[in-house]
Design a protein around this ligand. Structure first.
Ligand code: HSE
Length: 298
């Protein structure tokens, strides 16, 4: 009747995969408790950690669950409690965690009428109200784990990719809020053929690197000349953080989702810890408030 789930944070885009690539962090996320009620109603009964809408139609979890129940033609009611640990507007898939966690729990409580992959479109409805756009690069890895690639949006086709076992992610969240809606509005709608060639070359190489455990190739592929040059302006000391991370041995560095969080992808715990400490020292010296996470990808 009741289920408690961990709703993971995710890093979308990974530089060269804008709107099509994302991965799931295994130790950063929210907690949700979902239980059936006898009221034929979806209720957000408790939210702790952040201020979020309590009205189901305005809460991403409520919207995603309603989309699922509509498709299933079910009038079962559910109560949803959310303990928010991911800050909204941080760039590590806060709304995706709530949407994905809610549909995952509801599906389980209903005896799993859908596969995890089939839950993605429902969770995307939550993303739609959160950011004005139905991107799947956060909700897909939140539901499937590891790395996900959106091969196509219409029809939706999402693939799971392997995770090289030594990959670690350091995520820095400068404590400023950037709404995905806003950071989507500043990017260019048209790109040059030259940029497209560079981008799909890198994305293809990144996928190959995941299959062959080629950490150096993975690092070389984490480039983005389309979105990052525009969005990075909003992130304090972006260039310095990039150089610092790479100088300390990170494989690559970039913006997490729509920012302001940034990520440094590292090989092994020891290197990730070194990069984390270097970033910590640098931001402390600059007097900027931040959260810092080190996580495996799972
Ligand atoms: N792909 C989306 C974007 C992810 O970059 O706008 C948002 O987290």
């Amino acid at each position: 009747k009741e289920l408690k789930v961990f709703a993971p944070a995710t890093v979308a885009n990974l530089s060269c995969g804008f709107d099509v690539l994302g991965c799931c962090l295994d130790s950063v996320g929210d907690e949700m408790v979902v239980r059936k009620n006898d009221l034929n109603e979806i209720r957000i009964t408790k939210v702790t950690g952040q201020e979020l809408p309590m009205e189901a139609d305005k809460n991403v979890a409520g919207v995603a669950v309603k989309a699922l129940l509509k498709d299933l033609e079910s009038d079962q009611g559910f109560d949803i409690e959310i303990t928010k640990r991911i800050k909204p507007g941080s760039g590590i898939g806060s709304s995706a965690a709530s949407s994905a966690g809610a549909v995952f729990a509801v599906n389980k409580l209903l005896g799993e009428p859908y596969s995890s992959n089939q839950l993605i479109p429902f969770a995307m409805q939550g993303e739609l109200i959160a950011s004005g756009n139905e991107h799947a690069d956060n909700v897909a890895p939140a539901l499937l784990g590891g790395f996900s690639l959106v091969r196509s949006y219409c029809p939706l086709e999402v693939l799971s990719l392997p995770v090289p076992s030594e990959l670690r992610m350091v995520v820095l969240h400068p404590l400023i809020e950037i709404k995905t809606k806003d950071s989507r509005s500043i990017i260019k709608q048209n790109i040059s053929l030259k940029s497209a060639i560079n981008q799909w070359g890198n994305l293809g190489a990144l996928i190959s690197a995941l299959y062959t455990d080629d950490y150096d190739l993975l690092g070389r592929s984490l480039e983005d000349e389309i979105v990052e040059p525009i969005r990075s302006i909003l992130i304090p000391y972006f260039q310095e953080l990039d150089e610092l991370s790479v100088a300390n041995g990170a494989l690559g560095f970039g913006i997490s989702g729509s920012g302001p969080s940034v990520y440094a992808l590292c090989k092994g715990d020891e290197n990730a810890e070194k990069v984390k400490q270097a970033i910590k020292k640098f931001y402390e010296k600059k007097g900027i408030d931040f959260d810092l996470h080190l996580s495996a990808i799972n």
